[in-house]
Design a protein around this ligand. Structure first.
Ligand SMILES: *Cc1c(COP(=O)(O)O)cnc(C)c1O
Length: 362
């Protein structure tokens, strides 16, 4: 069987060459006579992979020296809890920009720990846009432990183009757009991303944090929950998800071989443009969920005239090997997730299919 056109939202498509390489090395990793999965996380073979993965992240994202990279478990959802547990002290507030379901979940967890409040929100308009930060609100941030945002909203299909720049620590959930475009790491104090959208398989969460934050961690919570514990031990305090980190290293190698983030971003822009043009030129047959200047280049969300037509679209798409196009169960409609590993060819074929479908049913 051929591999399908995979538009899954997460876990999502991986580069075929990466899966091939993992397959070739699965039984006997570099003449060790065993799989990487069967090896000690203290072995010299694994240690090399662990540190190479960090090195590749440093290089590809141009991460400055005063940042620490951590490999953690528990997904981005665990970060929703760990961040306030570590950084939200009782005399401070944490501010959350609400741009979708993931921001809601992050805020909900933070509220259990301390004073966490909504800063801005586009909920009243079904999260169709990224709210802009009005000047009058800036004053409110004076007592902020941090300001939290979700750089790409996987479910609603919106994305920040420009990040706010205040004198408060900026924390970002980049689970669904890390490594998809060039960003200035210096703008952020803390970045986290579950791997299963754009980085690799599920199981590892990448954290990129300012080293100066390490000393600010709350030391009264259990050691396993403290960032300092993991930072001090190079993310080897306990057994890390070795196979997921190995897969991450292969994906990063793949990005490097393909010209780095700049080149990946160029292709991502082409892919997104193709789908949004298809939607915009459809005379209303397809309608985009997100407002134009907030549109995500990773998750393209759209609807058709009614539920019947939407279901027919999804059914026929599936028959043509376009997989994962149904919208999130919370908002319905359609969503094409076009992460780094989704090829331009797959997107071209989807665009063609959308044209044909429109011709037959408009
Ligand atoms: C998928 C996703 C999450 C949840 O990730 P888990 O690893 O399942 O906890 C959080 N935030 C964003 C933006 C996501 O896309």
């Amino acid at each position: 069987m051929e591999r399908v056109h995979n538009f899954n939202a997460g876990p999502a498509a991986l580069p075929e060459s990466v899966i091939q390489q993992a397959k070739e090395e699965l039984l006997n990793f570099q003449q060790t006579g065993m799989s990487i999965m069967e090896m000690s996380h203290r072995s010299k073979e694994y240690d090399l992979i662990h540190n190479e993965t960090k090195q590749l992240l440093l290089e590809l994202l141009s991460i400055p020296n005063d940042y620490e990279i951590l490999f953690l478990q528990g997904g981005a959802s665990q970060q929703f809890a760990l961040i306030p547990m570590n950084f939200l002290s009782s005399n401070q507030k944490a501010y959350y920009v609400m741009t979708g379901s993931w921001s809601e979940k992050a805020l909900k967890e933070a509220k259990k720990i301390g004073q966490a409040v909504e800063f801005l929100s586009s909920k009243e308009d079904l999260y169709r846009y990224i709210p802009t930060i009005e000047d009058k609100k800036v004053k409110q941030l004076e007592d902020a432990a941090y300001l939290h945002l979700t750089s790409n909203n996987t479910i609603y299909g919106t994305q920040w183009n420009q990040f706010p720049n205040y004198k408060v620590p900026l924390f970002a959930d980049m689970s669904s757009d890390i490594m998809s475009r060039e960003i200035k790491i210096e703008q952020f104090d803390f970045i986290y991303a579950g791997a299963q959208k754009n980085l690799g398989p599920a199981g590892v969460t990448v954290v990129i944090m300012k080293k100066s934050l390490i000393e600010q961690c709350n030391r009264s919570i259990p050691a396993i929950f403290q960032y300092k514990t993991h930072a001090n031990k190079n993310s080897l305090y306990n057994t890390p998800p070795t196979f997921s980190i190995y897969m991450l290293s292969l994906v990063l190698e793949w990005i490097k071989q393909n010209g780095g983030i700049q080149q990946v971003e160029t292709i991502n822009n082409q892919k997104a443009k193709l789908l949004y043009d298809t939607i915009d030129n459809s005379q209303g047959f397809y309608t985009a969920h997100a407002l134009k200047d907030s549109r995500s280049k990773m998750n393209v969300t759209f609807t058709l005239k009614d539920e019947h037509l939407t279901n027919l679209f999804l059914k026929e798409a599936k028959e043509h090997q376009f997989i994962g196009l149904n919208g999130h169960r919370s908002i319905g409609g359609c969503r094409a997730s076009i992460y780094n590993a989704v090829s331009l060819n797959s997107v071209q074929q989807l665009s063609q299919f959308m044209h044909n479908f429109q011709k037959r049913y408009e």
